[in-house]
Design a binder for this molecule. Structure first.
Ligand SMILES: [Zn+2]
Length: 319
């Protein structure tokens, strides 16, 4: 029902009744009787120094959005409002290159429960071939910065030469190690080299890797889990031909999984062909629930808790 329902689609189509029903579903009667705030206070694990995060569950987190994309330029506030309506209580908006930093900062500074990363996508590595860890560490001083990346290796498109991609990736790894902020990794057609580099660098000093929008094989996934890392699944999980990825999602431990849209790209089924937006992460959660044989509520709760455990610098504020 959840999957075929048009509730989260297209925006503006959602009726008042549907909205009320959905928000009721997100609250248990007990929570409604409890005076505000906080509904739940939960200690996070001591990853990255630990701390207390007030996690209000159930709610969804979209762990990878590209809100500075020109595709959102005309209606960003409506997109964010639709996400909230769909139960998405927090988002991490991702850096693709250093020249995007200011635009991204402007968006995250203007919104609660929205954080950002600093980093350079492998496609753009060629624009900053001499990027240093120090530059990233300096940019990461802002408390809204909760992760390093996205960075990594993309040998499918190969927009930047391999040696440049690797050099820039290493600068991110060093910054992740130094700051204790998770490393948000993009990897495509580069499983073997990504695994080698992560293992080699991890032996020099620990950092926490996250494989975002995962489409790679089991070996790399296992290697990252062995390093204490996490895996994030996107709308690709819902694609008809994504059997291999669903197998990895079924196999990987739930306590290391988070979800994302990678919007405006990769709209999940049944939104294929449209612009993707954070509200659509609900469809990723629904598919992950199906693959895992869990309820949607269980997946919401687990992925939200995992997000705050991994990105422990992200502190949820009351809206
Ligand atoms: Zn990516």
């Amino acid at each position: 029902m959840f999957i075929s329902s048009p509730v989260y689609g297209g925006g503006g189509s959602r009726s008042e009744t549907e909205g009320a029903a959905a928000s009721q579903k997100r609250k248990t009667p007990k929570e409604e009787e409890t005076p505000l705030p906080p509904p739940a206070l939960r200690a996070t694990s001591p990853v990255n120094g630990g701390g207390i995060n007030p996690v209000i569950v159930p709610m969804l987190v979209d762990s990878h959005v590209n809100l500075h994309s020109e595709k959102f330029a005309d209606d960003l506030e409506e997109v964010i409002a639709r996400a909230h309506e769909a139960g998405v209580g927090a988002m991490l908006t991702i850096s693709d290159k250093l020249t995007s930093t200011e635009a991204i900062k402007e968006i995250t500074d203007a919104h609660k429960n929205m954080w950002r990363s600093v980093g350079v996508h492998p496609h753009y590595a060629i624009e900053t071939p001499d990027l240093s860890a120090e530059t990233l560490i300096d940019l990461a001083k802002d408390e809204k910065v909760v992760g390093i990346g996205e960075c990594g290796l993309d040998f499918y498109y190969g927009y930047s030469p391999q040696d440049v991609q690797e050099k820039v990736f290493r600068a991110h790894i060093a910054a992740s190690r130094e700051t204790g902020l998770p490393l948000i990794i993009h990897t495509r057609d580069a499983d073997e080299r990504t695994k080698e580099m992560l293992e080699e660098e991890h032996a020099r000093g620990a950092f926490t890797p996250l494989l975002h929008c995962y489409t790679g094989g089991r070996e790399l996934a296992q290697a990252v889990l062995n390093l204490g890392g996490y895996i994030s699944f996107s709308g690709i999980l819902t694609f008809k031909n994504a059997t291999d990825i669903r197998e990895i999602a079924a196999w990987a431990p739930m306590e290391r999984l988070i979800i994302e849209t990678d919007c405006p790209y990769l709209a999940p089924v049944p939104m294929r062909g449209r612009r993707c937006e954070p509200a659509h992460v609900a469809h990723v959660a629904a598919k992950l629930a199906e693959v895992k044989g869990l309820s949607i509520e269980e997946v919401e709760k687990a992925t939200t808790e995992n997000f705050f455990k991994l990105f422990s610098r992200a502190k949820l504020e009351a809206e």
